[in-house]
Design a binder for this molecule. Structure first.
Ligand code: ADP
Ligand code: ZN
Ligand code: MG
Length: 492
């Protein structure tokens, strides 16, 4: 039997607010000592009263707008009741039937095909405390609770079940990630849990009008894990159906080190949560002026920036895509561009040159050491300096890469690195000619190989000249002089 996959994602995004969702506790819980960011409200003490964080509401509406949602005028908060050790009050303040944003959409591209995924809703809620499960040396197991995270502003974006493959789910997730980063509403760091995704998956026989029974998979903390968990779950469900067994609607957890999902608990339904309007908060009225004001704050998003890079900067779709896939990389690129280092030279493809330095050479070093582009010692100023040295011919391209590596390690200015090591390119033709002569005199075999039709022999000679000049010979000049000398050798 052939099956079709159906996926819907619930994405949780921690908002970059100064204080928590309903109290004045600082939101910097990631770096704070455990249980140091707590107050009666987020500890869930009786009688404490919540107050709505306006910034969190702004951020959620902005996200809704970026996802082409409608922003209803009337919205409210509700209590979602469930008993769990990470939930201080025994309920979570969330939004049930009147979320801040509804009926949006997001365009994704997979293998060149464009497709629209509908967004059901974007709502606001509070995060729960963090449990740390410990087993000590004597084999005793216990759990520690860190309330710092409890009450952090958390936005949830729920998609319709419109995705048909793990690839589409990943494309959707990447787009959402880019949007919240560009909006600046979240750090959206997956490793530290600021950006989390629960994946709902089902399969159905191809052509079937009804959806199959879904499972909800949690605990993935990287794109890779989401992708693997979805593939695993699809295969598991197909196998069950092939054996005439049924898929049970349940919550499953991804176990990273075993590459499998395991059953965590049976599915809860809305009525299990006994939702009711939060009596300690007033309903929220979002008027048109408020929405208009926020619309004006929405910056250029990744998709538009990419298009601008293609249309106005003449970059290829591929480069533009890579540069804008992270806001930091795109910002960095534009900063280097803004320094106009090669202005006044005859070089015309400056944008492409800068893009190459960032996407190829710098990115390789960043990946090697797993550092973010703005964390490295190669500041936009330093990269610009390097690009100028190479662009104006005082440094060969290959030594440019060496200088970049040294700058990446030490943080020294490229000018200084070049001066100290004497890397300056040799453009003096008499000096290069001397090196070419020496190399050709010592490699008669390569010369005869060349005239026997082995063109690679010229490359070999070039390599020798570079070696002799410690990479400093102007390569175009060296190449030209080598070819001239080879002609002379033939005449002989
Ligand atoms: P719940 O709180 O029960 O998880 P939500 O409405 O928050 O419900 O989320 C349900 C998610 O599951 C949505 O993203 C929706 O698109 C997805 N979904 C619903 N039915 C299916 C299905 N049959 N297969 C896959 N995904 C589904
Ligand atoms: Zn608090
Ligand atoms: Mg769910």
């Amino acid at each position: 039997m052939e099956y079709e996959t159906v996926i819907g994602l619930e994405v949780h995004v921690q908002l970059k607010t100064n204080s928590k969702m309903f109290c004045a506790c600082p939101a910097d819980y990631q770096s704070a000592p455990p249980n140091s960011r707590v107050c009666p409200v987020c500890l869930g003490l009786p009688g404490a009263l919540p107050v709505i964080n306006r910034k969190a509401v702004d951020y959620t509406i902005m996200t809704g707008l970026a996802l082409h949602c409608q922003i209803p005028e009337h919205t409210k908060f509700d209590r979602k009741n469930y008993p769990y050790p990470d939930l201080m009050k025994g309920y979570q303040i969330s939004q049930y039937d009147l979320p801040l944003a509804i009926k949006g959409s997001l365009d994704i591209v997979v293998n060149g095909d464009r497709k629209t995924v509908r967004v059901e809703r974007v709502h606001l809620e509070e995060d729960v405390a963090k449990l740390q499960h410990v087993s000590d040396d004597s084999g005793v197991n216990y759990s520690l609770v860190d309330v710092n995270r409890s009450g952090q502003a958390l936005m949830e974006i729920v998609s319709m079940p419109d995705m048909r493959s793990p690839e589409e789910a990943l494309a959707y997730l990447t787009c959402i990630h880019s949007i919240v980063q560009y909006l600046g509403v979240s750090t959206a760091n997956m490793q530290d849990g600021s950006f989390r995704c629960d994946a709902n998956v089902s399969v159905r026989p191809v052509g079937s009008p009804e959806f199959g029974t879904r499972t909800e998979v949690k605990n993935m903390n990287s794109y890779r894990a989401v992708f693997q968990a979805l593939n695993y779950e699809v295969e598991r469900q197909c196998n069950l159906l092939d054996q005439d067994e049924r898929v049970i609607q349940e919550t499953r957890g991804w176990v990273e080190d075993r590459n499998i999902t395991v059953s965590q608990r049976s599915k809860e339904y809305a009525h299990d949560y006994r939702y009711f309007p939060e009596p300690d908060l007033p309903p929220l009225v979002v008027d048109a002026d408020w929405v208009e004001g926020l619309k004006a704050l929405i910056p250029e998003l990744g998709h538009d920036r990419k298009q601008r890079f293609i249309d106005e900067l003449g970059l290829s779709e591929y480069d533009a895509d890579l540069l804008t896939s992270s806001k930091d990389t795109a910002d960095y690129f534009e900063e280097v561009l803004g320094l106009r280092v090669l202005e006044g030279t005859r070089i015309t493809n400056v944008n492409k040159i800068i893009s190459n330095w960032i996407l190829v050479d710098l990115t390789r070093l960043l990946n090697l050491k797993s550092v973010g582009i703005y964390r490295s010692k190669v500041t936009p100023n330093k990269l610009a300096q390097l690009i100028k040295l190479v662009g104006t011919g005082s440094l060969s391209a290959s030594l440019g890469k060496t200088v970049l590596e040294e700058c990446f390690e030490s943080g020294d200015d490229p000018d200084k690195i070049v001066a100290i090591n004497g890397y300056t390119q040799i453009n003096d033709s008499s000096v290069v000619q001397k090196a070419v002569n020496d190399v050709i005199d010592q490699n008669s075999k390569a010369v005869s190989d060349y005239w026997d039709g082995k063109e690679s022999a010229a490359k070999f000679l070039m390599g020798q000249v570079m070696k002799l000049t410690r990479g400093q010979a102007n390569p175009d000049l060296a190449n030209q002089l080598i070819l001239t000398r080879l002609q002379q050798e033939r005449v002989k």
